[in-house]
Design a protein around this ligand. Structure first.
Ligand SMILES: NC(=O)c1ccc[n+]([C@@H]2O[C@H](COP(=O)([O-])OP(=O)(O)OC[C@H]3O[C@@H](n4cnc5c(N)ncnc54)[C@H](O)[C@@H]3O)[C@@H](O)[C@H]2O)c1
Length: 213
């Protein structure tokens, strides 16, 4: 995809996400155009640098008009590959898993849960939030290399054995909502979200570091 794009200097490329975020906000507020002076004020980059940066994108601002916000946004989206969706599999369609399936991540994100697994026969074969639920026995058959991420919302006791199977299947990242600490090879990334610990830590900070006002 990036083959068709002009080569952008690294310093310019680093500023892209900054411009992009600001332009998304502008677009959301209904603005159609923006001047380099306005952009400069918002992202704290001088207008000359902005004009040079934007000339790499083929966006030549018109005097007295500025830049077309839609044009810039579509350029940034292509360049930052935001259109590319990462597919995710979810394991454990219980209280938490069901909530995640019903919450459509893809609305404001570039990830999408495309399949779910459970061991409960009452759940297997159903569709939750538009996502099909398969039996865990079908993991090796269904999970393919285009699904690099797994969300674990199974009971803690089932988490490690499941993780071993996911690793054998070539998973790259795991978002772990169970309290179990997972053992994985170094090349696999695990993000652990422990709501009980987060809540405890919030309460601790409220008690020990009350706000100054
Ligand atoms: N519910 C919460 O608010 C909450 C909050 C924080 C963390 N957690 C953690 O998230 C996990 C899920 O919690 P929950 O409340 O949704 O539990 P739950 O009991 O409602 O759901 C667990 C689901 O996993 C399925 N399951 C069991 N073994 C499995 C396996 N090997 N493979 C696939 N599916 C399997 C069960 O059939 C069930 O549908 C737990 O580890 C829990 O500690 C839950």
């Amino acid at each position: 995809m990036s083959n068709e794009q002009p080569k952008i200097p690294q310093a310019t490329a680093k500023r892209l996400p900054l411009y992009y975020r600001f332009l998304k906000n502008l677009h959301a507020s209904g603005k159609q155009r923006v001047s380099s002076a306005e952009l400069s004020e918002a992202v704290k980059v001088d207008p000359a640098t902005i004009r040079r940066d934007f000339s790499y994108f083929g966006a030549l601002g018109k005097k007295g008009y500025g830049y077309n916000v839609n044009y810039l946004l579509s350029f940034f989206r292509r360049t930052l590959e935001e259109d590319e969706v990462t597919e995710v599999a979810l394991f454990g369609v219980g209280n938490l898993g069901t909530a995640f399936l019903n919450y459509n991540f893809s609305k404001n994100n570039n990830t999408k849960i495309v399949m779910a697994f459970d061991v409960d026969e009452r759940k297997v074969g159903t569709t939750v939030g538009g996502v099909p639920v398969y039996h865990l026995d079908e993991l090796e058959e269904r999970l393919h290399e285009n699904i690099p991420v797994a969300i674990l919302t199974v009971p803690a006791a089932a988490a490690q054995a499941l993780t071993d199977r996911l690793v054998a299947q070539g998973i790259k990242g795991i978002l772990n909502f169970t309290p179990a600490r997972l053992n994985v090879p170094n090349h696999i990334r695990v993000h652990h979200i422990d709501l009980a610990i987060e809540l405890q830590s919030l309460v601790y900070f409220l008690k020990n570091y009350p706000s100054p006002s």
